[in-house]
Unconditional design. Structure first.
Length: 491
């Protein structure tokens, strides 16, 4: 825990300079001309702006750390285009020693052609190739890639339950190597103003984060989510959400129970009231009510909050029903298509809408095709906020970059710079978007709150008035529990 006195800083949307004192890792005082405190470092803020530390409420940290080593397929406009990218990589830098070529980021929801194993085999030959979709809910593998994964033989894509349990088999790297990459990713996040993340990697996160926290200091706060296969251990150790998992004072705490109820939009597996156009297919229901209700009740009895993945409107309703039945506390993750009546139920039940605004930049055209006639209630951040629902922003990295400023910009403008807003009525104001990124802390700062602060070169509320204005905002320093997780040379 650290002690720092920041002099002459301004709060978001407020030009009046104040001093901010952090002692023993907590915010101790905010005011004008605070007195000197013996033994406390004084830092001249030079009129910069200070906001509570930013959080990413939904990440897959190991995959985010590894994705920079993978073939980027996000630009592929067709299966044929993706095959060309694969062929180019195999020609330039083929994997050795039986390792697979792993790609990431393809989105086939608008492709004019079908991804098939045979077509990938024609390019890959005996090299194991596994290409992971941008939404993480499906993969395109060659025959050798399927054998590498130990997967069943398919003609096209591995989807949902055939794919999700296999994700961890892609990179057989030593723990120390992976942990170092995760550490680099968290340092990069701190340089963007991130003080905390919720990690819902599909793994034994309790064991993984205990290892990491024991080996090296963790630069930011981590809430380590738990999946059902690992739930018994968490319950046996009587860990509730928020309990330290690596000793008192640890920045790593137990996170929520993560449950995936349905699929995704791009994979056309989100479970919806209406079928996908031209089909009788409503998507995939992965965990029906008969399984979800007792699971949430069990977690709730043992002090765990829940994070229920639900993207389609039918899945969102099912998740809210289960939360209402069990009295569970926590969030619905994604909530990309929500019926009007269920918007009000979020508020009535006190359920957090944990959403990833950057997804609408990637998914708006896919939504227009596959959710035709319903997109006025897709990514409904404005409606949720007006109903009094707490929004909590994240990235779902590596689905979108771990960059809270990109998320805030997307929520405010509902478009990439230069594009028309996607249902502008569902936008939120800049101060609302910023408040949805700071883990419930007030933008005006709260005495007694955590000593997690970000010092910015400019007022983020003012920058947010311009589309793209927040992207690349200057972060001078990021403080976690009163210690600098990032500090540039100007502060």
């Amino acid at each position: 825990m650290g002690d720092v006195l920041l002099r002459a800083v301004r709060r978001a949307g407020d030009d009046e300079p104040v001093d901010v004192l952090v002692r023993s890792g907590r915010l101790a005082a905010v005011g004008s001309a605070l007195p000197r405190v013996a033994g406390v470092e004084e830092v001249d803020g030079q009129g910069r702006f200070v906001v509570p530390g930013l959080w990413d409420q939904h990440t897959h940290l190991t995959q985010w750390a590894l994705v920079r080593r993978r073939l980027d397929l996000s630009s592929a406009t067709s299966a044929a285009h993706a095959l060309t990218l694969v062929a180019d990589r195999l020609a330039a830098a083929p994997p050795t020693g039986g390792a697979p070529l792993v790609g990431h980021g393809f989105r086939d929801g608008l492709w004019p052609d079908e991804p098939t194993v045979a077509a990938l085999d024609a390019v890959a030959g005996d090299v194991p190739v596994v290409l992971v979709s941008g939404d993480l809910h499906c993969a395109w593998a060659s025959s050798a890639g399927l054998r590498f994964l130990g997967a069943r033989t398919v003609a096209g894509l591995l989807r949902e339950s055939d794919w999700l349990p296999l994700q961890g088999r892609l990179e057989h790297l030593p723990d120390a190597t992976v942990d170092a990459l995760v550490g680099e990713a968290l340092a990069d996040a701190a340089a963007r103003g991130v003080v905390g993340v919720v990690d819902v990697e599909i793994a034994d996160n309790l064991a993984v984060w205990r290892r990491r926290a024991t080996a090296e200091p963790v630069p930011v706060r981590v809430r380590a989510g738990v999946w059902q296969p690992y739930l018994d251990r968490v319950v046996r150790e009587e860990l509730s959400t928020g309990d330290p998992v690596a000793g008192a004072g640890s920045l790593v705490v137990q996170g929520p129970l993560k449950v995936i109820v349905d699929g995704s939009l791009n994979t056309r597996t989100a479970w919806c009231d209406e079928p996908y156009p031209g089909t009788a297919d409503h998507g995939v229901l992965s965990v029906p009510s008969a399984e979800l209700v007792p699971l949430l009740a069990h977690a709730t009895r043992h002090g765990l909050q829940v994070a229920v993945h639900a993207i389609g409107d039918a899945a969102v309703r099912l998740a809210l029903d289960a939360i209402a039945t069990t009295g569970a506390r926590g969030s619905v993750e994604h909530a990309q298509l929500v019926a009007a009546d269920d918007v009000e139920r979020f508020a009535a039940l006190g359920v957090v809408a944990s959403v990833q605004p950057a997804h609408l930049l990637d998914d708006r055209d896919v939504a227009a095709r596959h959710w035709a006639g319903r997109t006025d209630r897709a990514f409904p951040y404005g409606a949720l906020h007006r109903a009094g629902v707490r929004l909590a922003f994240g990235s779902d990295a590596p689905v979108a970059p771990l960059d809270p400023w990109l998320a805030i910009d997307a929520a405010v403008h509902r478009a990439a710079p230069g594009d028309a807003p996607f249902h502008a009525a569902q936008a939120v104001a800049a101060d609302v978007a910023l408040a949805s990124s700071v883990d419930g802390e007030p933008l005006a700062l709260r005495v007694g709150g955590p000593g997690d602060l970000v010092v910015l070169d400019d007022d983020p509320v003012a920058l947010a008035a311009t589309p793209g204005g927040l992207v690349g905002i200057g972060v001078a320093g990021t403080m976690v529990a009163g210690r600098w997780a990032f500090r540039d040379g100007s502060l």
